[in-house]
Ligand binder design. Structure first.
Ligand SMILES: [Zn+2]
Length: 471
């Protein structure tokens, strides 16, 4: 089948506008979120976002872009990438490779550098028409493949690329771009209180991994970000020049916990269990709390609930951590002790109300235990401070369904879809809600006005995508 290549006449003449970038970025992110490699784990997602926000907080100058979000991809290859529209992805392989938080922060700060310098938009402007067309064609083929339209050679080419995120490999930054991103990155590291030496050591580590070939696919990062010994020498100069370079930066517990969690959730349960046991066997003097936690997670995944609780006991004494309480509650529920699981969650959500993963598990357990009205009350409380949380709306829909309130259920499903960036699904749910009518006039009229609003947003989105020829 001869697939017609998209005409990018509208954007090849000039650099992408920020609105155009956003439209393309949103479209991509909807696909990326459906990719099995996308890490939806709220504990890991919250960590990488808080690290990113800490670096963004250090940006200076006249209104640089701050609306950047961060996500983790479960891939052993060492890579991190910035996508058009302000989305930064970090592979789990890179996180595990780093030896301290400053090293991870250095890579993330470098990607922020590419975004604030608008390198992708500038590259799009500098690209010839054929390059830009093939870039867009590739993107569209990937989207089509994901949507199940498996036709044409473009789709095969896209599948060979294996993942929407591979798209990034088509964007090779120039040395000039790299110098700029390094400059911005190291300044951010220093101002955010990280050790700028992290930039030097992590890039050296990547070069070494590449040379020894001990990590498969190390070139992933090195291909898109040309890394030379000259670049490392430059960074060395910048890193030692700063005022903060003598201050040793702390590595946060959340960083170590994230690494342990990534290891404990990687591969099959027996593989993860063996890996965590081996790691702890090497700790002859001190058993780090995060690694003990990792063992409990691996035991839980292997359905050894009793073992997990036994492993957790010493680290839950005194000042526990919400992650420890969460896996303890899940292990109790695994044993069928639902009242005990609820008791653990009730206490933990009081001390750590902002820990999303805990709130989800608590609500799940309430709903599984048939306590829908208690779940609704807690949801209303949480939604006041976490109004953008799609999962809370999904749980709310479940709670309304259990309470026999279909109109409210559809409305909650619409809000969840809207927050996942899926406007067509939001409109569809609200249409179902309005069709039901029901006898609650207030509820019905709010659904009607929300439907009008969503339809308007959907129209705008379709117009923007049409203008960019990515619809
Ligand atoms: Zn780069």
């Amino acid at each position: 089948m001869a697939q017609t290549l998209p005409d990018l006449g509208d954007i090849s003449d000039a650099t992408l506008s920020e609105t155009q970038e956003k439209t393309i970025g949103n479209k991509f992110m909807r696909e990326v979120r459906m990719d099995p490699a996308y890490v939806d784990d709220p504990q890991i997602a919250d960590y990488i976002n808080s690290l990113g926000q800490r670096l963004l907080g250090a940006l200076e100058g006249p209104s640089p872009r701050r609306d950047i979000d961060f996500f983790v991809v479960r891939e052993d290859t060492i890579n991190a990438f910035a996508m058009v529209g302000g989305h930064i992805g970090v592979n789990s392989g890179l996180i595990v490779l780093t030896q301290n938080e400053s090293e991870l922060a250095a890579v993330v700060a470098h990607e922020i550098g590419h975004i604030v310098q608008r390198h992708q938009a500038r590259m799009a402007a500098g690209m010839g028409r054929s390059q830009l067309t093939s870039l867009a064609a590739m993107a569209i083929a990937i989207l089509a493949a994901r949507a199940g339209n498996q036709s044409g050679q473009m789709t095969e080419a896209a599948i060979a690329g294996s993942s929407a995120m591979m798209m990034q490999n088509m964007l090779d930054y120039t040395r000039e771009h790299e110098r700029e991103a390094d400059r911005v990155g190291i300044a951010l590291l220093q101002r955010a209180g990280f050790d700028p030496q992290g930039a030097v050591t992590v890039f050296e580590r990547m070069l070494r991994a590449n040379r020894l070939n001990e990590y498969k696919g190390a070139p992933g990062y090195l291909r898109t970000h040309p890394l030379t010994t000259e670049r490392i020498a430059d960074m060395q100069g910048r890193a030692t020049g700063g005022v903060f370079s003598m201050i040793a930066a702390d590595t946060s517990f959340e960083y170590r916990l994230t690494k342990a969690r990534l290891r404990a959730t990687n591969g099959s349960p027996p593989e993860a269990l063996a890996a965590m046991k081996q790691l702890l066997a090497e700790r002859t003097v001190v058993r780090p709390r995060e690694e003990v936690y990792g063992l409990a997670v691996a035991q839980y995944r292997s359905r050894d609930y009793e073992g997990a609780l036994k492993t957790l006991a010493p680290i839950r004494e005194g000042v526990s951590h919400p992650a420890f309480e969460l896996i303890a509650g899940q292990s109790k529920a695994g044993e069928g002790k639902h009242a005990e699981a609820l008791a653990i969650y009730r206490a933990a959500v009081k001390t750590s109300p902002q820990y999303r993963a805990l709130a989800y598990a608590y609500l799940d357990e309430l709903l599984d235990s048939g306590l829908a009205s208690e779940a609704i009350a807690y949801l209303n409380e949480r939604l006041r401070s976490m109004a953008d949380d799609s999962r809370l709306y999904e749980l709310q829909a479940r709670a309304y369904e259990a309470s026999g309130k279909p109109l409210s259920q559809y409305r909650a499903q619409a809000e969840a879809a809207f927050r996942r960036g899926n406007l067509p699904a939001a409109v569809e749910q609200l249409e179902l809600a309005v069709k039901l009518r029901g006898n609650d006039y207030y509820e019905l009229s709010s659904a009607e006005s929300r439907l009008r609003e969503m339809r308007r947003l959907l129209e705008n989105e379709r117009a923007a995508e049409k203008a960019l020829k990515i619809s």
